[in-house]
Design a protein around this ligand. Structure first.
Ligand SMILES: Cc1cc2nc3c(=O)[nH]c(=O)nc-3n(C[C@H](O)[C@H](O)[C@H](O)COP(=O)(O)O)c2cc1C
Length: 384
């Protein structure tokens, strides 16, 4: 066998056999590499590097996005105020849960497939609504490209994207159109808590574009950017919500539920789903982490309404923890935004597919055959 002489870091000569090049598939695009299970981590690292350059001064693209060293808040990628308690607690609370490794069982394949409102998805991992690149990313990324990357990337990964609302008048409709064009309408627009008639007007648009469902991020009630643009947002009364929900055939989702009382209100006003969310810690500081409040909300309303959750979910293991705590599906925010900025639709698809395959492996190693079989037995609380 041929022996090569190479330099080590310290300049010493070392004799070794040549490294046999790994078999490389001739993928044309990043998406094809994903489909062929290429080198996930290297591709993601590349995407993160690119995002880091594009987001200089806005986001450090940390190895784990946990709010500990953000360079921006809101606007930007971080959490509200310099302390970012809400954002940090999302991560810290999830880290308090550990997974029970179980490998004496007969589960050989874990099925992550999930059905939402009659649509079959590859996993219960969806894209959280995110927009306003002018406001949040100093216009370094085009708003339409950002939305299309999320919608198209989710579709390529066999799942779907929630989309956002903005004071920019065309943006909301742009996201509806993107969902229709790139994902046959398989998107869920989330409208800001505007005046009742303004919400109803946007619900009509969602119906027109064939959206799968529609909703309101009720926790965005204090957003200054909307007030400054002459489009006030604010808390919505129970009767307004009930009127809005009764006025559409689309399943309605309330995003931003953090208490049992409001979860019960969501059920009573006819919502089909709720998202346990503190908006990624971007609306009110010092809120609990979402996994802190999820169990009590689950025990109060599970079965009466679909329960989704977001906030600090970074790995497939995190997804499994949220499912074990009783959520039906999860939404991913910042990691998807970073993937969209660094790698467009292919980047988003890769990020979501990586989460899905990590979830599948975590389910296998905890003895869960399907999403229905995930339960509290999967997790335990950390002793330290
Ligand atoms: C840059 C950015 C923009 C966002 N825009 C919206 C929005 O338009 N509507 C909305 O409901 N939530 C919005 N969110 C909140 C997310 O939907 C989600 O609740 C949160 O990011 C989840 O936490 P994570 O980022 O830790 O995964 C935004 C979040 C970020 C980071």
């Amino acid at each position: 066998m041929e022996i090569l002489t190479v330099f080590s870091r310290k300049g010493l000569h070392i004799k070794c056999t040549p490294v046999v090049p790994a078999v490389r598939f001739n993928y044309n695009t990043l998406a094809e590499r994903v489909a062929g299970r290429g080198d996930f981590m290297n591709e993601l690292a590349l995407i993160h590097k690119q995002a880091k350059e594009r987001l200089k001064g806005i986001c450090r693209v940390c190895p784990v996005c946990n709010g500990l060293s953000c360079v921006s808040g809101v606007p930007g990628m971080g959490g509200k105020t310099h302390d970012r308690q809400g954002m940090k607690r999302n991560r810290a609370a999830l880290e308090q849960y550990l997974l029970n490794l179980r490998t004496i069982h007969e589960v050989n394949f874990a099925d992550t497939s999930y059905e939402l409102f009659g649509v079959q998805l590859r996993s219960p991992i969806m894209v959280a609504p995110m927009c306003e690149t002018t406001y949040n990313f100093l216009n370094r990324v085009d708003d339409y490209d950002f939305i299309v990357s999320q919608v198209e990337g989710a579709e390529k990964a066999g799942t779907l994207a929630f989309t956002g609302d903005s004071p920019e008048p065309l943006l909301y409709e742009m996201s509806l159109k993107a969902s229709l064009d790139k994902a046959t309408g398989k998107g869920i627009p989330i409208i800001k808590p505007r005046k009742k008639n303004d919400i109803i007007e946007r619900v009509r648009l969602a119906e027109k574009y064939g959206s799968l469902a529609v909703g309101v991020d009720i926790d965005a009630a204090g957003f200054d950017s909307f007030a400054k643009a002459g489009q006030p947002v604010g808390p919505l009364s129970f009767s307004s919500l009930r009127d809005i929900i009764n006025d559409t055939h689309l399943p309605f989702i309330l995003k931003g539920i953090m208490t049992v009382e409001e979860a019960v209100e969501a059920v009573n006003c006819g919502a089909a789903g709720l998202v346990v969310s503190n908006h990624g810690g971007r609306v009110l500081d010092s809120t609990p982490g979402t996994s802190e409040v999820l169990p009590e909300i689950v025990s109060a309303v599970k079965g009466a309404i679909k329960i989704f959750v977001d906030g600090g979910i970074r790995t497939g293991e995190d997804v499994l923890k949220m499912l074990a705590l009783g959520a039906e599906a999860v939404l991913i925010g910042r990691p998807v935004a970073i993937a969209a900025i660094g790698g467009g639709a292919d980047g988003v698809s890769l990020q979501l597919s990586t989460l899905e395959s990590d979830l599948r492996r975590a389910m296998l190693l905890t003895g869960c055959k399907s999403l229905e079989t995930v339960g509290p037995f999967v997790i335990r609380e950390a002793l330290f």
